[in-house]
Design a protein around this ligand. Structure first.
Ligand code: IMP
Ligand code: MG
Length: 180
């Protein structure tokens, strides 16, 4: 894939993202006020979103991280999900909120939620910044969704393209120049 043959278009600006993250943080804060929140962020994609989100949740909160397999250089999922690095915590005392950058086919979120449900948390919910519902290959929805978007490959704010561009502070859609 040659980056020069692509069209880059801003989908969510820094300001729009900040506003959405604030709204999600407020909803989560209300819902978890009397709970024992443990945020589990899925790496690498959610590292920026999760970092911004937890700073909008002024509750006593723990954080943990799971690394799931990535797409590599492809722009569509292989369909196989792998946990490369798992949490060490026992979950029995916690209200777990899984945070990811995007729910696309849904296979990652479904796999991770089933994996965590086996560890018997008090409650389990999920939060994603972006949702591509038209791409869903399994029955799963996130409990908290920032933006619902069309079927386009998106990059920036933690999301990668060939493992680059995670540090771009806004979200781009990338398309082929000659795609109709
Ligand atoms: P799913 O398992 O198909 O739902 O894909 C979830 C994972 O794929 C996310 O955690 C992202 O890391 C990655 N992903 C899905 N869509 C995109 C995209 O448009 N751009 C970059 N990464 C994506
Ligand atoms: Mg990911």
């Amino acid at each position: 894939m040659n980056i020069e043959e692509k069209v880059w278009e801003i989908l969510c600006s820094e300001e729009e993202i900040a506003q959405k993250v604030k709204e999600l943080g407020e909803r989560i804060t209300k819902d978890y006020e009397n709970k024992n929140l443990l945020v589990i962020a899925l790496l690498k994609g959610s590292f920026i979103f999760a970092a911004d989100l937890v700073r909008k949740i002024p509750l006593q909160t723990k954080m943990a991280f799971i690394t799931t397999s990535s797409y590599g250089k492809e722009t569509s999922s292989s369909g196989k999900v792998e946990i490369i690095s798992d949490i060490e915590e026992e979950l029995g005392d916690y209200d777990v909120l899984v945070v990811d950058d995007i729910i696309d086919s849904g296979l990652t979120m479904k796999y991770v939620c089933e994996h965590l449900r086996n560890k018997k948390p008090k409650t389990l919910a999920s939060c994603v910044l972006l949702d591509k519902p038209s791409r869903r290959a399994t029955t799963i929805e996130a409990d908290y969704v920032g933006f619902t978007i069309e079927d386009r490959f998106v990059v920036g704010y933690g999301l990668n393209y060939g493992d680059y561009y995670r540090n771009i502070p806004y979200i781009f859609a990338v398309t082929d120049k000659n795609r109709e």
